[in-house]
Design a protein around this ligand. Structure first.
Ligand SMILES: C[S@@+](CC[C@H](N)C(=O)[O-])C[C@H]1O[C@@H](n2cnc3c(N)ncnc32)[C@H](O)[C@@H]1O
Length: 385
C-alpha cells in the first residue's frame, strides 16, 4: 500500500511514510466488513472478516492494504468481542478513511515530535497511531462520539504500545481539558468550522477539516492556522475528496432509480457551444455547491450528470460534435443555468482554487475569493441548506 501511495504521489518521504510503514494495520483492524451485495441491493449484506480465522486472513489483509476505506462498525455495535460472519440490513457506522486522502492530509498537518495533537473521529485509530508514532503518545488525544469505537481504539492502540488519551464525546466541542493543541485533525465532514476547535488551537497551530454542504459531490478542505500572536488565518480549498459526514449531518444522495433517470430518460434538449466546466475547475464546483445547494453529481455517468434529489430536477450534458454539447434539463430547477451563473461568477473572481475563510464571529463564517468578488456564508449547523 505504501509503495502504491508513493507511486501515485500521495505519499512522500517523511515521518508519515515512516509511520505507515511501521503500522501493522491488522492490529488496529483485526476485524473488518466486506460488502457481499451489489451497491444498490437491499437489504445490503456484509461479512465480518476476522484475523484470528485463518480462512479470512488473506482477504482481510488485501482489504486493509487496498487503500480503500475499511468498514469497522455495523449499526453502532460494540466492536470488541464480536462474532465473525454475515450481517444483513442496517448500515456501517464507523470506517477507516481511504489511505490516499488520509496520507495527503496527515502530511499537510506537518506533524512533529513533541506536538500536542487532537485527533477528532478516532475510527480505527490509524490517524491516532500515526500521531503517536510521530509526536509521541503522551501529547495525543483521540476523540470519538461512539464509546465502543473509543474502547476498541484504546485497546488496539495499547497493543501497539501507544497510550494516548482516548475519550468519548462530540468532536465539535473538542477536548478542552488537554488543550491547547498544536495540531487538530478532524476525520468527518462538518458544515462549518466548530469554534471550540479554533479556540483550542495553540498559537502556531494548525487544524484541518472537510467542510461540506448538503451534497457529498464537491468537498472543501478548511486549513486553519493560528499565528503566534493568536490571530487566525483560514482557507477553504476546493479538493477532489473529503471525509464523510459526521454525526447529525444528513447528506443528499442520488437513488439508483434517479441515477437511471438522469442517464437514460429523454427531456427538453438544447444545443450549445458553451462548454461545461472541467472537472478540474474545482473552485467553481465548490462555489456551485454553496451558491446553488442541493445538487448531487452522478460521478459514475459517462456524461456530466447532476440531479437535485429534493425536487427531482436533473441535467445531462452530452458531447454532440466538435465544440458542441446537447444539454438536457428536466424539472423546476434549471441546473444548466445555475452552473453557467456560478461559472461566470467564478471566472469574474479570477478562477480561484481556494477561498479565504472568515471566522470572525460565532454567527458568521464566510468564504471569499482572494479578489473579494465571490463570497458566501457557510450554512449553520443543523440546517439542511
Ligand atoms: C472516517 S472515521 C475516522 C477514521 C479514523 N481517523 C481512522 O484513522 O481510522 C470517522 C469517525 O468519526 C466519528 N464521528 C462522527 N461524528 C462525530 C462527532 N460529531 N464527534 C466525534 N466523532 C464523530 C465516527 O464515529 C467515526 O468513528
Amino acid at each position: 500500500m505504501v509503495a502504491r501511495l508513493e507511486e501515485s504521489g500521495e505519499l512522500r518521504p517523511g515521518p508519515v511514510r515512516e509511520a505507515l510503514l511501521a503500522l501493522p494495520r491488522q492490529v488496529l483492524m483485526p476485524q473488518a466488513y466486506v460488502r457481499r451485495s451489489a451497491p444498490d441491493e437491499t437489504p445490503p449484506r456484509w461479512d465480518l472478516l476476522d484475523w484470528t480465522r485463518p480462512a479470512d486472513q488473506e482477504e482481510l489483509l488485501e482489504r486493509l492494504h487496498s487503500g480503500d476505506s475499511v468498514a469497522i462498525q455495523h449499526d453502532g455495535e460494540p466492536t470488541l468481542g464480536r462474532t465473525a460472519g454475515s450481517r444483513r440490513g442496517g448500515a456501517m457506522t464507523a470506517m477507516s478513511s481511504t489511505m490516499g486522502m488520509t496520507a495527503d492530509l496527515l502530511q499537510l498537518l506537518d506533524l512533529r515530535s513533541g506536538q500536542h495533537v487532537l485527533d477528532v473521529g478516532t475510527g480505527a485509530g490509524v490517524t491516532a497511531a500515526v500521531a503517536c508514532f510521530v509526536c509521541g503518545d503522551t501529547g495525543v488525544v483521540t476523540l470519538d462520539i461512539d464509546p465502543h469505537v473509543t474502547a476498541a481504539a484504546r485497546e488496539r492502540l495499547g497493543a501497539l504500545g501507544y497510550q494516548p488519551t482516548a475519550v468519548t464525546g462530540d468532536g465539535t466541542a473538542g477536548w478542552p481539558d488537554a488543550g491547547p493543541y498544536d495540531r487538530v485533525f478532524v476525520s468527518f465532514a462538518v458544515r462549518r468550522v466548530p469554534t471550540a476547535l479554533v479556540e483550542q488551537l495553540a498559537p502556531g497551530g494548525r487544524a484541518l477539516m472537510t467542510l461540506g454542504t448538503s451534497s457529498p459531490s464537491w468537498p472543501g478542505l478548511a486549513v486553519i492556522d493560528k499565528r503566534p500572536d493568536g490571530t487566525v488565518e483560514a482557507e477553504l480549498r476546493a479538493v477532489e475528496f473529503g471525509h464523510r459526514a459526521g454525526a447529525g449531518f444528513d447528506r443528499l444522495f442520488l437513488s439508483a432509480s434517479f441515477r437511471d433517470t438522469i442517464t437514460t430518460v429523454d427531456g427538453p434538449t438544447q444545443r450549445t457551444r458553451l462548454a461545461p466546466p472541467a472537472d478540474t475547475a474545482r473552485g467553481m464546483w465548490l462555489a456551485l455547491d454553496a451558491l446553488y445547494p442541493g445538487l448531487v453529481r452522478h460521478f459514475g455517468a459517462e456524461d456530466l450528470a447532476i440531479g437535485a434529489p429534493e425536487c427531482g430536477s436533473w441535467m445531462r450534458v452530452r458531447a454532440a460534435g466538435p465544440r458542441r454539447w446537447d444539454v438536457t434539463t428536466c424539472g423546476p430547477r434549471d441546473i444548466w443555468a445555475e452552473i453557467q451563473d456560478a461559472a461566470a461568477r467564478w471566472r469574474a473572481a479570477g478562477e480561484p482554487a481556494a477561498y479565504r475563510l472568515h471566522l470572525d464571529t460565532d454567527d458568521v463564517q464566510q468564504a471569499t475569493s482572494p479578489n473579494g468578488a465571490l463570497t458566501w456564508h457557510l450554512p449553520h449547523t443543523g440546517a439542511s441548506r
